[in-house]
Design a protein around this ligand. Sequence first.
Ligand code: HEC
Ligand code: HEC
Length: 185
Amino acid sequence: MLALWACLPFPATGAEDTVAKVCAACHGSDGNSTDPTVPKLAGMDQEYLLRQLKGFASGQRRNEIMAGIVANLDSGEFATLAAWYGKQKPTPGKVVDAKLAEAGRRIYEDGNTDSGVPACAGCHQPDGGGNARFPRLAGQHQTYLLKQLGDYKSGRRATDRLMVTVGQRLTVDEMKALAEYIAGL
Ligand code: HEC
Ligand code: HEC
């Protein structure tokens, strides 16, 4: 009996260990990365995060770094990791160019009827808070946002037909404006 207790000092459900040993180096200790190429995960919906981890594992979402990471994880851990990040408090982002952000706000709220870009707010919500289906965008790094929009446009990230269409219809200037606005939400 005593020996058994000694072997089970912690509940087996925590994600903290993997976060600290593997993820924190890039995504930050609380899920708010400070590297603009690495997404903040704090406060994102756990179902969305779980889908992304499965996508990296299956190769449906292509990224060499994350493919290597998930290959070394037990897939049974994906859900607890996603739930842990979902519970962390997101930090705000920073707008550098207010004029550019204002141009982004117009597209975010109204879309671009000439090119058929839908309003981002319609799915991601006016405050960028998102939900299980449409990910939280608010406060995300500009550099990461720009890369994702470019990856949808090129088809490198073909994880969602709607977002590929959105990406194809956006110009690079519109993407930059949107990223600037979203970072400040
Ligand atoms: C060496 C750096 C690095 C490490 C370590 C790392 N990541 Fe990542 N992660 C990234 C990068 C870079 C991306 C963006 C990939 C892209 O551009 O598509 C990313 C993307 C993600 C995403 C997608 C987020 C979104 O908004 O769609 C999730 C989820 C994620 N990582 C979870 C994890 C977890 C959980 C761990 C630890 C087990 C981890 N990562 C470890 C660099 C890293
Ligand atoms: C019809 C609904 C819809 C609209 C409109 C929409 N999105 Fe999305 N967006 C999604 C969905 C669904 C995903 C998750 C897709 C996936 O799994 O790859 C997503 C993902 C994203 C991501 C990736 C987030 C991450 O953490 O990696 C970005 C960035 C994004 N959208 C930006 C935008 C912008 C900017 C607009 C407006 C120009 C927009 N979206 C309009 C549904 C939508």
